[in-house]
Design a protein around this ligand. Sequence first.
Ligand code: CP
Ligand code: NVA
Length: 302
Amino acid sequence: MRHYLSFSDMSPEETRGVLRRAREMKRDRGKGAGRPLDGEHWAMLFAKASTRTRVSFEIGLRELGAGVVFMSGDQLQLGRGEPIEDTARVLGRMFHGAVIRTFAQSDLETFARHSGIVTVNALTDAEHPCQILADIFTIEELRGPITGQRIAFIGDGACNVPASWILAARAFGFRLTIAAPRGYQPAPELVRGSDVRVTESVEEAALGADVLYSDVWVSMGKEAEAQRRLADLNGYQINRELHALAAPGALVMHCLPAYRGKEITDEMLEAHAPTIFAQAENRLHVQKALIAQLCEWRRARR
Ligand code: CP
Ligand code: NVA
């Protein structure tokens, strides 16, 4: 059974297929398109907060025809120590698929292995693949093929969002530069053998970039380190001066939620709001296309 636990769980050709299908689904939304998940029920298991991911998956699954049950980690017996393996086997007997947001990637993998149902990564500490699918979709909608474009990620280069960006750069051959201070750079094994550049210099990353991309400095689960992170990442900000170094008309993107005055200025966020909120909306379309594809593979027993 095919799951989507990592950006690299689909080949570049398969990812292309999902992005194409997402374009059709966006165009045809509300026009009475098919409901391939009619009669199914999907579980949404979230151990961390969420606005965009939760609503885009819930609405998307309903539009595909599925019933949805949302569960937050602390309301389940899982939160009181029931093993993931047992939770997975119970849910796998009632649901047809699961969308999971949690901490450890290994917990997501354990769930997928033991549940026997299609499982989708809605963010872990290691990756946020559905976000990057939507981001690539947005860039291509606004600027055409991503291959050959220059993307600069500015900020905490060691968290989930840049990790999925690195896997995407390996797959699609665009030029990715990550500007992050020491201690916040991606794990060397993630970057090794790729063309991804890692630098401490925000200016070097931004120079001539087609896209400046930002994420929070304090990811979920890192709240205890907030003070140190705010000090260490100070300066890794998308602001007017940095944007002036990028290619003329460069896009500014943010996965949201945004902390104005920290990783991005209010001025930059508002000036680029149409792009940034398109990213959020496109989560819906790409995730619908992804789930429809995963369900086709399941039916074909791939
Ligand atoms: N970008 C994103 O995943 O947002 P949420 O945390 O609100 O789901
Ligand atoms: N890196 C962030 C992404 C939020 C969508 C986090 O993990 O909190």
